[in-house]
Design a protein around this ligand. Sequence first.
Ligand SMILES: *Cc1c(COP(=O)(O)O)cnc(C)c1O
Length: 389
Amino acid sequence: MKRDTRLIALGRAPVRAEGPVNVPVHRASTILSEHLDGYIHRFDGDNRYDNVTYGATGTQNSRALAETVAAVEGGYRTVVTGSGLSAVTMAISAVVGAGDHVLVPDSVYGPTRRFCVEVLRRYGVEASFYHPSAGAGIAELIRENTRLVYTEAPGSLTFEMQDIPAIAQAARARGVLVAMDNTWATPIHFRPLEHGVDISIQAGTKYLAGHSDLVIGMITTATDALFRTIADQVHAFGDVASPDDCFLTLRGMRSLSVRLERQSASAMKIARWLEARPEVKRVLYPPLESDPGHVVWKRDFEGASSLFGLTLHTTDEAAVARMVNGLALFRIGSSWGGYESLVAFNRMPIPRTVIPWTETPFLLRIHIGLEHPDDLIADLDAGLARLGA
Ligand SMILES: *Cc1c(COP(=O)(O)O)cnc(C)c1O
């Protein structure tokens, strides 16, 4: 079955002759038992992974969502968490312990970096940051106590690609786990587990939910053992996504591939248009031939999402404020993946260890929504004209 069809067919079991199309929202804390025996054994064996036993360990809504995500990711099973960041922190903390070492790309999502530096260190886990283009060279950074190589591609804000298959192969040869934050590409455009990654992480908040009205995360594993390890960690920490948010995310996923198709086509058109403008220094978007990550992106990814970076020649923050404040369709905001276009502003440099940013004093990040690309171009055209006003 094609992926597009799976997005429509999955997460609706059990198939009934009569009833609503969508799994209704099951709000629950207590799950009643019919007999005492069932109550006593409610958490036994696989019950807590497979059955609905308590609201905090999943309902019909999280199960339906997990089933759909796992299939689209080409994974074994998925654990749903309360946010994208908790999917990151649960996945990492589930597989490391005191005395372990973790390798993290320098281009990693800021809050992931903060977790590795501030929280993991307090628990006796050392994180070191590596150049995102390390590729097979990651082998030289793996130590005796390295337990996990974390990856994210492209990098948050600065959009560096990573050679995921080479990293996964090198890590696997040393018995080291590999996790990937795949939020940018979504499983429609890249499936980490098919490239040797053990744990695939999604901030479902972004494209999967797709409507900028909730936060949720997913962790998909290649094996049963890893699924259990991570599910146990998530349950132990009491991390949970609400049934309503699971319902809305699954509803969002029904249109995921068509939204992405339109949004990436618009993003490509707008990125090319921006790249040709004299006010623009660089468009940071791996699908562009000019992007340093283009070759790796083209080799490994099946498409792109609609988020890219933008640097300008001007160093005048007031001019950029004039440009951004006057935009009619692009609103100012940071959590992307919804149906609406956004612009975010970042004063640079942001914290980096091995790839210091020296290019420009600020970086814009553009998210392209479902508006008509010609209207978005007209909005940006007027905005760029305000830079010189
Ligand atoms: C947004 C984001 C997250 C965190 O998701 P939240 O739901 O906002 O916690 C994690 N990783 C990446 C790459 C993101 O962009």
